[in-house]
Ligand binder design. Structure first.
Ligand code: NAD
Length: 490
């Protein structure tokens, strides 16, 4: 067994209550590779109380916004320094290929830099008020204890989009790493400690839904819940926050369309579709899992896609040459198998893939399903795996109707050379992010999030700061004349 991981609560590393642990599996082998601390309800409560104490007293609330920003810059440098270590831990614990975890972790440092820079730019306003002698202004204040909950995929990235704005704005945070693959965040706790954040400002725990997630999201001292995960869990989270009325944002799943018109640069579109569905083995919230393709180029494009699918290097995720690794859990493989079989039984045509690999590890083949109708399970439900559903369209209107024909509304890709059409579609498509002639591009500067079953709230950009602050309105009577007695008529 390799490393010993611990919880990080109130500025100290500790075991879970009664030293409880759970086994973390290496998805490329399906074998236990490390033991993780299993936070109990009492551990979770302790983390929240530490964050609450740090929000209300000690050095953190007295610190200037500029000083908070400097701590975030330091954290950014440490993330950049340890990017390779974190990437290897993430690859080991989640099966995400090393070429992706290295690239993403390196870029995560930019998120902390961006929010470090924003810390002292969170401004209020003054008003040309309609009452005499009044000076009225607003101030944006932090909310309090933030509960940040992330799923297994891209935990470093999904944490940065929450922790960065939360700390920049002066909140304190309890991060709950996913029980599937928490290693990168438990190492990240060491960097938070090294950066020198005051005790309790950032707490990092891991554990399961009932003991840890539920206690955290319903805790009376939690003011804000930032949740990324699946819609079913989100329903629990929303019910939990009925207890504490925490301000809540939800970043959930997707069934994002990539629309390829007959005038598109097909080489570029092919790469966009591949990046969208087989990058990260399809385990991406913005996976482009529905290809909507103009009927006139359907057969040629699908043939090229199928050829490329057959050439993808599938293998050990720690090997830099590997392009597609395993899924994170056995449950994910079983879900992909079940949805594929149900879709074929309902009329989908299998072009390539469709099977789990025999032997060790949670591998599933890159898969293409032709969908004669939009009612099939493969068109409606999120796989969170490498399965692409293909639908044909003939007109722009049909493409828009198909694109919008799902309860999710996260991302969309449009491949066309027609500028007017690109503009028209960016308006008509129901999504939080629309990419034209590109796919899966993200930046700390640009808001990120969806609508409908994808949830609500925006992470990254200035919008994120707004979600981690509240407005206080301040009225000052500047007149020397005392306030009139309200019960004396003039
Ligand atoms: P999940 O919903 O099962 O788990 C997410 C987190 O919620 C985990 O940390 C889990 O322990 C916790 N949790 C479980 N029960 C809870 C409860 N009762 N209360 C509070 N927390 C609880 O998600 P997953 O299966 O790990 O991840 C896959 C899902 O995440 C997919 O649907 C995917 O689309 C979504 N996702 C969304 C984004 C985004 O930015 N919108 C990014 C990545 C993943």
């Amino acid at each position: 067994m390799a490393e010993a991981f611990q919880l990080y609560i109130d500025g100290a590393f500790c075991n879970a209550e009664a030293s409880a642990t759970f086994e973390s599996l290496d998805p490329s082998e399906g074998k236990t590779w490390a033991l993780m601390p299993k936070a109990s309800a009492a551990d979770t409560d302790r983390a929240v109380r530490a964050a609450y104490a740090a929000f209300n007293g000690g050095p953190w609330p007295a610190m200037t916004a500029t000083a908070r920003g400097k701590l975030l810059y330091k954290l950014a440098e440490l993330v950049a320094r340890d990017a390779s270590i974190i990437a290897e831990l993430e690859t080991r614990d989640t099966g995400k290929v090393i070429r992706e975890t290295k690239a993403v972790t390196g870029y995560v440092a930019e998120y902390y830099r961006y929010f470090a820079g924003l810390a002292d730019k969170i401004e209020g306003a003054t008003f040309p008020i309609d009452k005499p002698d009044m000076e009225v202004s607003t101030r944006r204040e932090p909310l309090g204890v933030v509960a940040a909950i992330v799923p297994w995929n891209s935990q470093m990235f999904l944490t940065a989009t929450k922790l960065g704005p939360a700390l920049a704005a002066g909140n304190t945070v309890v991060i709950k790493a996913s029980e599937d693959g928490p290693a990168p965040l438990l190492h990240f706790a060491r960097l938070v400690h090294e950066a020198g954040f005051p005790a309790g400002v950032v707490n990092i725990i891991t554990g399961f839904g009932a003991d840890c997630g539920q206690v955290l999201t319903s805790h009376p001292l939690v003011a804000r819940v930032a949740f990324t995960g699946g819609p079913e869990t989100a329903r629990h989270v929303v019910r939990n926050t009925a207890e504490n009325f925490a301000v809540t944002t939800l970043e959930l799943g997707g069934k994002s369309p990539v629309i390829v018109f007959d005038d598109a640069n097909l080489d570029s579109a092919l790469n966009g579709v591949i990046a969208g569905i087989w990058g990260a083995t399809g385990q991406s919230c913005v996976a482009g899992s529905r290809l909507l393709i103009h009927a006139s180029i359907h057969d040629e494009f699908v043939a090229r896609l199928a050829k490329r699918a057959g050439e993808i290097k599938i293998g050990a995720p720690l090997d830099m040459a590997t392009e597609m690794g395993p899924l994170a859990t056995l449950k994910q493989v079983q879900r992909a198998e079940k949805l594929t079989a149900e879709s074929i039984a309902a009329g989908a045509v299998l072009v390539t893939g469709g099977k789990a690999k025999k032997g060790a590890g949670y591998y599933f083949e890159p898969t293409i399903l032709l969908a004669p109708t939009a009612e099939l399970p493969c068109v409606r439900e999120e796989f969170f795996g490498p399965v692409l559903s293909v639908l044909k369209f003939k007109t722009e209107e049909e493409a828009v109707a198909l694109a919008n024909g799902t309860a999710y509304a996260f991302a969309a890709g449009i491949f066309t050379q027609n500028l007017g059409r690109a503009h028209r579609l960016t308006k008509k498509i129901r999504a939080g992010v629309v990419w034209v002639n590109t796919y899966r591009a993200v930046s700390p500067i640009v808001p990120f999030g969806g609508n409908g079953y994808t949830g609500h709230g925006r992470e990254s950009g200035m919008d994120a700061i707004r979600d981690y602050t509240r407005t206080k309105s301040i009225w000052i009577n500047t007149s020397d004349v005392p306030m009139a007695d309200p019960f004396v008529m003039r």
